[in-house]
Ligand binder design. Structure first.
Ligand code: ADP
Length: 645
């Protein structure tokens, strides 16, 4: 038999691990539940009696096996929270834990936001820096004392100075041109005292290489985060190029306006269908003021349509605008000469369509004062008229002796008839029948003399140029009648041929007769000077229809048998006052040509040859056949002068 004795206290103290005793109340009890060692917690019942709401205690009992049921080990779990104090602690701990958790979360979220803000700030800063560096505007910051605190890359690039050369500097700055220092000092003073000009200030800036450029500076206060001004921020732009462009533009504009203003033509531009005047130069303003009235009056009086029309075909008119589809500004300039009573001026008006700077279709009117030209033209035409009349008088003066000779014949005849009649009546040898016959003959001779005088009178009579539809045959016969007086004196024969059924010519018959008489007289004089034989003293006049330059014309040609035209004479033929004759005036041919040309005809002269010898010359001119209005057409007489004599 083995007897062993255990100290219950020893068992309890050494047999139970401390971690167990810290959590559970371990006790050794005998079978009756008396405490032998360890600690107990008041039993459920006791507690229940004290605190009816407390939870039951967890406990467990078990006999110590070899000893039998006399020794029971009892474990009771300590109540973590017991009652008010226990649960209070629990809640406190819980609240603290929740708060801690909440604070952790809040802290995490705050940190996260701070990181985000920091990142945004960084990207913003880098963005601003990049922007600042890529910017073409120079930036310069100064503190309140005028010391440079910052310059950006563009500023350095513009001035050519490095950042280290500039930052920390006070006036005068290295980029100040020496000559402008005083001015720049005062500008800086104003800048620092807060006097800023809204449009900025223009200054000259010196680069490091001593070259200058124009710059515009804008100054604004530099405010720090707390709203306190710490200095001034100045931005600088290089305006050399814009300045140059502006100067060039204004110079070209000035040239343009100077030219237009100085022009002696009035120029106005107005859009179609509007009262607005887009442009008017000085002369327009002088004549018509600043309103469109003058422009519209010119357009209306010039008879130019104020809206372009195209009457060639309606196909080229587009449906919506009603304007021709071809480019209007390319259309021809139209011009007209009009008289403006208000200005007492003749104006030549030219109009043109153009597309205005804003794309609108506009009409430009250019009016030139042609009053003096008109006056000169009128004077010239009245002078020509006078010269023509004078020339006819001269011709007649020159022909005076021939005319006297011509008149002498009928007058002598009249005299003879009268004398005969007188003597026969005295001798009472005349029958009534013979007397009648003699008187009729006398009257005929008187009629002939009267006719000559009438021809001469109607030829020299001064009359306004009067173009009428005229018969060629009549004109030729009248001219021939007068010329023959002279031709007879020179003992020259005249053959003339006028083609049948010539159309009427729209001419002044007296002037055409004048040309013909001149040519016929020159021809006779030339033959006379060449001392031709009687058989060769022949002048030929031919009048025939022709087609020249696709025009229907009537050609008059006078051919003689004289010595022709020497080359030097040919060159100066139509020169006024050029004559080879001792008593010649030399204005005949020049007048002839101007008369022919005023009838839109042409005149020419050529020598005629017989082998190598000049056998005479031929003067010819033609007059175009124009449409004669039927109301003006005179009754045409049957031609009786078709063949010469
Ligand atoms: P004028 O007869 O008074 O001299 P014109 O103008 O009629 O003036 O003629 C100018 C010149 O042209 C004449 O002087 C003459 O030399 C020359 N001339 C004109 N017609 C003829 C002609 N038919 N034959 C030769 N020369 C002519």
């Amino acid at each position: 038999m083995l007897l062993a004795e255990y100290s219950v206290d020893g068992l309890y103290r050494y047999g139970v691990p401390t971690e167990v005793t810290s959590r559970y109340a371990i006790s050794l009890q005998d079978a009756q539940g008396r405490l032998l060692a360890g600690t107990t917690i008041p039993t459920q019942q006791t507690v229940k009696n004290l605190l009816p709401w407390a939870h039951p205690t967890n406990e467990y009992a078990m006999p110590v096996s070899p000893v039998g049921s006399t020794l029971v080990v009892r474990g009771q779990a300590y109540r973590a929270s017991l009652g008010v104090i226990g649960s209070g602690l629990f809640w406190l701990v819980s609240a603290l834990s929740v708060m801690t958790a909440w604070m952790l979360i809040a802290n995490w979220r705050h940190t996260r936001r701070r990181v985000q803000a920091q990142q945004a700030l960084m990207s913003e800063t880098t963005f601003r820096r990049a922007m600042e560096n890529s910017m073409l505007t120079g930036m310069r910051a100064m503190d309140l004392q005028g010391r440079i605190t910052y310059v950006n890359a563009a500023f350095c690039q513009m001035t050519g100075w490095a950042e280290s050369d500039l930052v920390g500097r006070t006036a005068p700055f290295p980029y100040w041109p020496e000559n402008d220092r005083d001015q720049l000092h005062s500008l800086l003073g104003e800048e620092l005292s807060g006097k800023t000009t809204p449009g900025g200030i223009q200054v000259r800036v010196k680069r490091r290489d001593n070259t200058l450029f124009d710059a515009r500076l804008y100054v604004s206060p530099l405010i720090d985060a707390v709203g306190k001004q710490t200095g001034w921020m100045t931005s600088m732009t290089d305006i050399t190029e814009p300045n140059r462009v502006r100067e060039q533009l204004s110079a070209s504009h000035e040239r343009f306006t100077t030219v237009l203003e100085a022009l002696d033509a009035s120029i106005s531009v107005a859009p179609l269908g509007s009262d607005e005047l887009l442009f008017a130069n000085k002369l327009y303003r002088q004549w018509f003021g600043t309103q469109t009235g003058g422009h519209l009056q010119l357009v209306a009086q010039a008879g130019v349509p104020s809206s372009p029309t195209n009457d060639e075909s309606t196909d080229s008119v587009d449906s919506f605008a009603g304007l021709p589809t071809n480019a209007l500004p390319d259309t021809e300039t139209e011009s007209a000469e009009i008289f403006i009573a208000e200005l007492n001026k003749w104006l030549e008006v030219r109009t043109r369509y153009l597309s205005w700077v804003d794309g609108r279709l506009a009409q430009m009117v250019i009016a030139t004062d042609i009053s003096s030209r008109r006056l000169a033209e009128e004077q010239a035409s009245s002078q020509t008229e006078r010269a023509q009349t004078a020339s006819r008088l001269i011709t007649m003066g020159e022909m005076a002796s021939s005319v006297a000779h011509e008149l002498n014949q009928p007058l002598t005849a009249i005299n003879n008839y009268c004398n005969g009649m007188v003597s026969r009546i005295k001798a009472q040898q005349i029958t009534e029948e013979d007397l009648l016959g003699a008187l009729e003959k006398t009257a005929k001779q008187a009629q002939r003399a009267g006719q000559i005088i009438h021809r001469i009178r109607s030829f020299v009579k001064r009359s306004e140029p009067n173009r009428t539809p005229s018969e060629v045959v009549l004109m030729v016969s009248e001219a021939v009648e007068l010329a023959e007086i002279e031709l007879r004196r020179f003992n020259v024969r005249l053959n003339h041929y006028v083609a049948a059924r010539l159309p009427l010519l729209m001419v002044d018959p007296i002037l055409i007769e004048q040309v013909l008489i001149n040519l016929l007289r020159n021809a006779a004089e030339s033959i006379d000077m060449a001392l031709r034989q009687t058989s060769q003293r022949i002048v030929e006049l031919r009048v025939v229809p022709k087609v020249i330059e696709d025009k229907q014309v009537v050609e008059f040609a006078v051919q003689d048998t004289g010595n022709g035209l020497a080359p030097e004479v040919m060159a100066r033929l139509y020169e006024a006052f050029y004559s080879t004759k001792a008593d010649g005036m030399g204005i005949g041919l020049s007048l002839c040509r101007s008369i022919v040309e005023s009838h839109l005809g042409r005149m020419s002269a050529e020598n005629l040859y017989n082998g190598d010898d000049v056998s005479g010359c031929r003067f010819s001119f033609w007059i175009p056949v124009s449409e004669v209005p039927p109301s003006l057409a005179r009754h045409q007489r049957p031609s009786n002068l078709n063949s010469g004599h």
